[in-house]
Design a protein around this ligand. Structure first.
Ligand SMILES: [Zn+2]
Length: 83
């Protein structure tokens, strides 16, 4: 899956992931406020990407480990919690 982003300044099409310059995830822990900033390779215009979402900064392999970790955490919690 490629996240193609169109520059609002010069209409250049480029891959958002490669142009990623900043992620709001590390600074703002509110996932819903996560914003991905990309820089246009043509005109250097920096804007918030629309195609990159939460976890968009992770590689597919990295995301797999995150999901796997969450599943393991759920299983452990299910065994630890009384019920
Ligand atoms: Zn541009």
């Amino acid at each position: 899956m490629k996240e193609l982003e169109a520059c609002p300044a010069c209409s250049a099409i480029f891959t958002a992931r490669k142009a990623l310059v900043a992620s709001g995830v590390g600074v703002n822990q509110n996932a819903f406020a996560a914003r991905m900033q990309v820089r246009c390779p043509e005109c250097r215009h920096v804007f918030t990407a629309r195609t990159l979402h939460l976890f968009g900064f992770l590689s597919p392999n990295g995301l797999r480990w995150v999901v796997l970790g969450l599943v393991v955490a759920c299983v452990v919690l299910a065994k630890v919690l009384p019920g």
